[in-house]
Design a protein around this ligand. Sequence first.
Ligand code: SF4
Ligand code: SF4
Length: 336
Amino acid sequence: METIRKLIRKQSLEKLYNNLAANRKVYAPVIAADKKAEYKYNPGFADVTFDHIRSTLSVKNIVFPKVENLFFYENSKTESTITDIDLDKIPEVVLWGAHPCDNAAFDTLRSIFCWDTKDEFFSRRLEKLTVIGLGCHSSDEYCFCTSVGLSPSSSRGSDILLTKLQTGDYQAEILTAKGNEIVSSFPDLFEPLTDEKVDITEVKQKFSHKQVTEKLAGAFEHEFWIANSLRCIGCGACAYVCPTCACFDIQDETKGKNGKRYRSWDSCGFGLFTLHTSGHNPRHVQSQRWRQRIMHKFSYMPDRNESLGCVGCGRCSSGCPVDMNIAEQLEALQNI
Ligand code: SF4
Ligand code: SF4
């Protein structure tokens, strides 16, 4: 639908938030005891922050939970009885105040989970999600959204995008039918937009993702991978904090006759990730795993999913215990 722009006064945000929280789960950012931002379900509006740059963990767990039950089973001597998960019980969720990089990541995840076969668990969660995004009025040295085709004011993935105006009120861009439904439900909270001077940060472009993708086509055996992964300890933190990483493991947990099958986040940075039962491991050193991470996001995904596997949030770099900086590496890769 055509984007409609309206004004919402600063003091009306609380009313909107509380009205939404009355019949939906609202997932919003707060500042935790360690002074870092984290997203929580249904915090009081007074605790919600509008000033965070990034949370430690992304918001992907709304549509791709850390651990998700797939079905339950009961075994007898001769057969197993399966009980499916009732996906109709997935609640309506509003994601409030997430930044453009995180919201764009829902599209990236869709391109993975619905690439050939539609993943019902993911799709149903995404259907129940409404995103009220927040343009960024601050950034730091780890942000690189502008290098991957996004910006601090990108609307991709948002149903409504709020952007702070220099007056302190907010511009509301209504982008989808879901967003329009919310605005139509609370017409008194939205006014015609007259002043369009927005308070938005600048993020310097560090590299061209198109050049990186072109370079990767001939870089599989390049010495770059060994030289640039020597300090990676394979902890997997980069994948766990990433809004677009979608690898998972599937396990069964059985107690007596009963059990469940579940999936849980995994990482291609782990040595065990590709270990075969035979003991052979096709990616037996860390440099091959680091290469896989970059290749997947910047070469295989553009080719297969028509989407980059990175939204430039900078979490993997700010969270890495040994200071592996993905933007610096991509900048260097562009010039090999
Ligand atoms: S967070 Fe850093 S050390 Fe850990 S796997 Fe990722 S790049 Fe390697
Ligand atoms: S690879 Fe790093 S910078 Fe890119 S989306 Fe994932 S966590 Fe963010």
